[in-house]
Ligand binder design. Structure first.
Ligand code: 57M
Length: 359
């Protein structure tokens, strides 16, 4: 809205020309989203506490978590409000990709909200059934994939990191591929969200990484120079990524150990799906497995643990899955696990950025 209101005035006030620039708007989208979370955070946390939207802690989890009982959850509502609000303020709202990514953010937020809400009403640590949740996620992700597919000139070729000539094209099958990326990302972030700041830290890191990829893909000359798939109009997704990173920082302010609030499914499902959608729009779908490599490690630890557990009738690979619980049970203090996992996420993001040159 700021873009639409102020940029046209550049003919009268030359300084307003600055609103044209994606870089400028990304910086302010990030700061706006940060401020929204930072300023509204205490009020939202108070409201959630008053409404007794407090986390129930499972008794079979690490004992260190018992003291977290009653911590307000559903803080993701604040993140989503900040991301959507800031995006509406700073992006070009005639851009279709902006609306597609907002649909993913709000839609997956709504699924998570329903899950969290049921959990609070039922007053136990279970919300929607896993099957119901997955079905809703798949339907919504297919819709998001279809909308991207329908954007004129949207390429259905898949970029393979490190191999610039390898671009398989599944045609309309791309819609299913996109849905897989979005649902996978949404659930992987959800599994990671089990320690204070453990999920939102890597979400910020991934948002910043994709900020760069969105800018590059949206800039015909730079995309051509770096030989990555150009995506006309995807520059506006840079601004969205800025809002995502800013909102994440604002939320982390309160979610940092010891957390005053958890994001809930409303936050984790929506953040993961947003990143998946950004990966699809920027045509860096497979790269998400590296940018968000930490989420992949967490998800794989669950897949291996559960498969092994079933195959061996009760034996385990890790002391507990997802893998962050394994290190907690080994005696690492929670902040150490969190910061070390962040370090891994930063290293993986750096390797991902090197694919701009290594190909
Ligand atoms: C969500 N949610 C946290 C909070 C957060 C298949 C199975 C591995 C699934 C997995 C699972 O349910 N994962 C999804 C993990 C929960 O946090 C809430 O959930 C929201 C995200 N959806 O925003 O509202 C707890 O996590 C802790 N937490 C923090 N700080 C935060 O900022 O400390 C969360 C955010 C909170 C809090 O304690 O209560 C969760 O862990 O439930 N299941 C598991 O993760 C369980 N693993 C398990 O059963 N492993 C088995 C295998 C065979 C399946 C094994 O290894 O033996 C563990 N989770 C818990 N207890 N709580 C183990 C038991």
């Amino acid at each position: 809205m700021i873009y639409h209101l102020l940029y046209p005035l550049h003919t009268t006030f030359a300084a307003f020309n600055v609103f044209r620039y994606i870089t400028f708007r990304t910086i302010y989208a990030s700061l706006t989203a940060f401020l929204i979370c930072f300023l509204l955070g205490p009020w939202v946390i108070r409201r959630l506490s008053m409404m007794q939207v407090g986390q129930y802690i499972r008794e079979d989890g690490p004992k260190d978590h018992y003291k977290k009982a009653g911590t307000p959850t559903m803080g993701g509502v604040l993140i989503i409000f900040a991301v959507v609000g800031s995006t509406l303020l700073w992006t070009d709202l005639t851009n279709r990709y902006v609306w597609i990514v907002l649909l993913a953010t709000l839609g997956f937020g709504a699924i998570g909200f329903a899950d969290d809400y049921l959990m609070q009403v039922k007053k136990r640590n279970l919300g929607l059934s896993a099957r119901q949740k997955l079905l809703l996620q798949v339907i919504l992700a297919l819709l998001v994939g279809l909308l991207a597919y329908l954007v004129p000139d949207f390429s259905t070729k898949i970029s393979v990191p490190f191999f610039k000539r390898l671009t398989p094209d599944p045609g309309w099958g791309y819609v299913f591929f996109a849905a897989l990326v979005i649902v996978g990302s949404s659930n992987a972030v959800n599994l990671t969200d089990g320690l204070d700041g453990l999920a939102i830290g890597p979400v910020i890191i991934a948002a910043v990484t994709y900020m760069i990829f969105a800018y590059v893909a949206g800039h015909a000359r730079i995309a051509d120079y770096l030989q990555i798939t150009p995506v006309v109009g995807c520059g506006e997704i840079t601004v969205y990524c800025g809002a995502l990173a800013g909102a994440g920082m604002g939320f982390l302010w309160f979610n940092a150990y010891p957390a005053q609030v958890f994001m809930g499914d409303v936050g984790s499902l929506s953040m993961g799906a947003s990143l998946g959608t950004v990966a699809v729009i920027t045509k860096q779908e497979i790269l998400l497995a590296l940018v968000g490599g930490l989420f992949v490690i967490e998800a794989l630890s669950v897949i291996f643990q559960v498969s092994f557990f079933k195959m061996t009738k009760g034996r385990r690979i890790f002391r507990m899955a997802p893998i962050h619980h394994h290190f907690e049970l080994k005696g690492w203090p929670e902040p150490k696990v969190i910061v070390r996992f962040w370090i891994i996420a930063i290293a993986l993001a750096l390797i991902s950025m090197s694919t701009l040159k290594l190909r």
